[in-house]
Design a protein around this ligand. Structure first.
Ligand code: UD1
Ligand code: CA
Length: 448
């Protein structure tokens, strides 16, 4: 059966604060609504419509899908049923319609499949969950034999109804021909004067359509209306992600102190210490050890490499058996070959570090190409920028750079060459030569 997904995302989300549409609030590094799009994209023969309104262009430009999405404008936000009404003309008559709320982004594919099953049989199918403090949510009013009679919004609920802890998630599935018939029947005679999608329950009951619900984990369908709920959702998401890593055999020091804002792949026997933030798409090989307090973004770290504490890695590829940190910062597509080491307070930008090369202390490598087995002394600086342009420093195999050398680019240091400590090197150094570029020491008599 074809599935027509309708994602509601027209509201501003006043309770979330700020000027941005609520559905664009970031959860684990991507907009809440993007999580939903990624989930529904994997359903074959599905079509997705997103109801936009507040800052619609911003929503359209911030989301990406592998399929074509219809963005439908809801000019005035008159309620969730009014929002669904906007999508009715694009629905396929013999499909199942699935309504999702853009502010409840973590519903799993397997749960959606469970939701759809009863709808295939002609039921109105809902996802509900239990909430200790259900304030603000629609309450599930059950009657004889647990049948679902109606959903009462918090604002409209009696004191007794407000005691109910089973609440509506907003996610529902129903045959599209039924939705087409029932949505126009929904009125706005309630406290908020809004067209409530939740009235679909009573209308279904009036037409002898069964209403069934799957009670879900609040983590999946709870969603976020404000910063506090968004915080709780983020923490729950991160904790689950940490636990998923543990289940796969990857050691995580503390699942409440890891943040993956994007996607991460980790090989067996790797270890992730506390307070690490991973952003974008990161791949860690086998036996990788990440020390505490690192920030790692869009990078690959290959097998047996150790990253010591407080290291920052952005857009880099690090080979096998490397060591970085503590306090290293590398970025801009820097690549380290097997066995390379960068240590304390070393920064590398747009550079390549050859096999078994080392810069262990206090160094800046910008636009540098290091061959294999080079040794960069403490305090070495590549002077790559002349105020207008950036220039390359090429340091060939086996070169030994003395401590506190300034390498003024463009510059090539030939194979097996040396620089004396404290040198300012402005001219190329041929293979095997020792370059000394510093004032000669004079020992003067002290004045008496
Ligand atoms: C809604 C449900 C409530 C449920 C709760 C779960 C209704 C009437 N109430 O309440 O039963 O417990 O979600 O989170 O459905 N939207 C539009 N256009 C509109 C109104 C809303 O697109 O005219 C969108 C919003 O942008 C949001 C979603 O629909 O993404 C839900 O709207 P929201 O105002 O957050 O509904 P709740 O008050 O949370
Ligand atoms: Ca909501």
């Amino acid at each position: 059966m074809n599935i027509d997904f309708i994602i509601l995302a027209a509201g501003k989300g006043t309770r979330m604060g700020g000027d941005s549409p609520k559905v664009l609030a970031s959860l684990a590094g991507k907009p809440m609504i993007q999580h939903l799009i990624d989930t529904v994209d994997s359903f074959p023969k599905s079509k997705t419509s997103i109801i936009v309104g507040y800052k619609s262009k911003e929503v359209e430009s911030c989301v990406a899908s592998s399929k074509k999405i219809s963005f439908i404008n809801q000019k005035k936000q008159l309620g969730t049923a009014h929002a669904v009404k906007q999508a009715l003309p694009v629905l396929r008559k013999n499909s199942i319609s699935v309504v999702l709320y853009g502010d409840a982004p973590l519903v799993a594919k397997s749960t959606l499949k469970k939701l759809i099953k009863p709808a295939l049989k002609g039921n109105l199918s809902l996802l509900t969950f239990m909430k200790e403090d259900p304030t603000g949510y629609g309450r599930i009013i059950r009657g004889p034999k647990s049948s679902i009679q109606k959903i009462t919004e918090h604002k409209d609920a009696s004191a007794l109804e407000r005691e109910i802890k089973e609440v509506n998630s907003g996610v529902l599935a129903i045959k599209t021909d039924l939705l087409l018939k029932y949505i126009p029947k929904i009125k706005n005679n309630n406290v908020a004067k809004e067209y409530y999608l939740t009235d679909l329950v009573e209308i279904s009951n009036q037409h002898a359509v069964n209403v069934t619900a799957t009670i879900c984990d609040s983590y999946e369908v709870g969603g976020a209306n404000n910063k506090s709920e968004l915080h709780d959702l983020e923490r729950a998401y991160q904790k689950k992600l940490g636990q998923d890593l543990l289940k796969k055999g990857i050691a995580v020091a503390d699942t409440s102190r890891i943040d993956v804002r994007g996607e991460i792949k980790v090989g067996q026997n790797s270890f992730i210490d506390i307070n690490n933030v991973f952003e974008g798409y990161n791949v860690l090989g086998k036996n990788v050890h990440i020390g505490p307090n690192c920030f790692i973004s869009n990078s690959t770290i290959k097998d047996n490499t150790t990253i010591y504490a407080n290291t920052v890695i952005e857009d880099c590829i690090i080979g096998k058996d490397c060591a970085l940190g503590p306090f290293t910062r590398i970025r801009g597509g820097t690549e380290l070959s097997e066995g390379a080491e960068l240590g304390n307070f070393v920064e590398a930008n747009r550079s390549t570090i050859g096999k078994n090369s080392k810069a262990k202390h206090l160094t800046y490598l910008g636009d540098a190409e290091l061959g294999s087995k080079t040794n960069i002394g403490a305090g070495t600086i590549t002077c790559n920028y002349d105020g207008k342009n950036k220039h390359k420093t090429i340091i060939e195999d086996g070169t030994f750079i003395g401590s506190n050398s300034s390498l003024v680019a463009p510059l090539t240091l030939g194979k097996g060459s040396y620089t004396g400590a404290g040198s300012v090197i402005t001219k190329n150094v041929p293979d095997g030569k020792l370059a000394v570029g510093r004032g000669k020491q004079v020992n003067l008599n002290k004045k008496k």
